[in-house]
Design a protein around this ligand. Structure first.
Ligand SMILES: Cc1ncc(C[n+]2csc(CCOP(=O)(O)OP(=O)(O)O)c2C)c(N)n1
Length: 337
């Protein structure tokens, strides 16, 4: 813990029921992504396919701390956060398969989809450009006295972009309800962290803004949950932002096209031993929270849900060619310039 301390008081360890839910969502996230990779290799996904393999405890454990009225701004590896915030598998599958009735009406595959009805807002491709938008929503939440918290994410690479710092400067001074999570997954595309920064912990950057900063083991969902719960509570009580660094490993390439030959094999082997799902499963089994029959029940449920989502999405058409410019030009939106 660096800088200021966030307030105590929030429930900082998940209940048994919460732990089972976290396990379910982490497995659902991984298996959804596996099916996306399969569809990509079959040539059914036309753009990129990004996975958060290794990052499930972070994306799921963080979003799990939010309430319905809170705002979520996920990055490209945070599919688990979409699911926890209430997005359906069918919608996510339609989106990845770029179908006409998807969230972006088939204009985009992965990455830039939003669902304002769930208070999930879209990832902006330019790294860190989403943080000022999240900061703006946090300001709106404060001005409207909503008591709603804004949670957003950035990669280790993206945390070097100016927008990251400018947003933290503003949020700290205005005590805006923002929780900013750096997903330090060791690589920004092919650039290892040793070539990106020389601070030991990226959460040390919080000191410069006088806000709480904490680094957590991103393979341990209990740690992620505890840190995020405190940060969310701190923000909701009007105490301002928190910076959380979650240390994980990007177990796949940058995107499905990237074989990641530049990642040393022994590094991957080392991190594989800390797999967040296997780790939680071991914990839950040892504590007798997860029985063999419950595990089987989850496996069957996930398999049925995924099959339904894939079949449903594949049955839906791509958008018509003449739709391409709809919603792009002001006149079509009825806006007079
Ligand atoms: C400002 C900016 N620079 C470069 C890129 C190209 N780019 C897209 S993703 C990426 C790597 C991002 O690494 P990191 O922020 O660590 O997140 P990760 O993909 O590892 O989760 C790069 C360089 C971009 N989208 N925006």
């Amino acid at each position: 813990m660096n800088g200021q301390r966030p307030r105590r008081g929030a429930k900082q360890s998940p209940s048994k029921g919460d732990l089972l839910q976290l396990y379910y969502y982490m497995r659902l996230t991984r298996e959804f992504e596996e099916s996306i990779l399969k569809l990509y290799r079959q040539g059914k996904i036309l753009g990129g396919a990004y996975t958060g393999n290794g990052n499930e405890a972070t994306s799921v454990g963080s979003a799990f701390c939010l309430k319905k009225e809170d705002y979520l701004f996920p990055m490209h590896r945070d599919l688990g956060a979409h699911l926890v915030k209430g997005q359906s598998l069918r919608n996510l599958m339609l989106q990845h398969l770029a179908r006409a009735n998807s969230l972006t009406r088939g204009r985009d595959g992965t990455g830039h989809y939003a669902d304002p009805s769930l208070r999930i807002y879209g990832n902006i491709s330019h790294l860190a450009a989403m943080i000022p938008v999240a900061a703006g929503v946090a300001l709106a939440s404060k001005l409207r006295k909503e008591k709603a918290v804004v949670m957003t994410y950035i990669g280790d690479g993206g945390s070097n972009v100016g927008d990251f710092h400018e947003s933290l400067a503003m949020c700290s001074v205005m005590r805006l309800p923002l929780v900013l999570i750096i997903e330090n997954n060791q690589f920004a595309y092919s650039t290892p962290i040793a070539k990106q920064f020389i601070v030991k912990r990226l959460s040390d950057r919080a000191i410069g803004y006088g806000i709480p900063g904490i680094t957590v083991d991103g393979t341990d969902v209990n740690e992620v949950y505890a840190a995020c719960m405190r940060a969310v509570d701190h923000a909701r009580e009007g105490e301002g932002p928190t910076l959380i660094e979650s240390v994980t490993m990007r177990m796949h390439g940058h995107s499905a096209h990237d074989g990641a030959e530049y990642v040393p094999k022994n590094l991957l082997e080392e991190w594989k031993k800390k797999d967040p799902i296997a780790r939680l499963e071991k914990h839950l089994t040892e504590k007798k929270i997860l029985s063999a029959s419950k595990k089987l029940e989850f496996e069957q449920k996930i398999s049925v849900e995924l099959e339904d989502a894939v079949q449903y999405a594949l049955q839906n058409p791509y958008p018509a060619a003449e739709e391409a410019a709809v919603g792009v030009f002001a006149e079509q939106l009825g806006i007079k310039i």
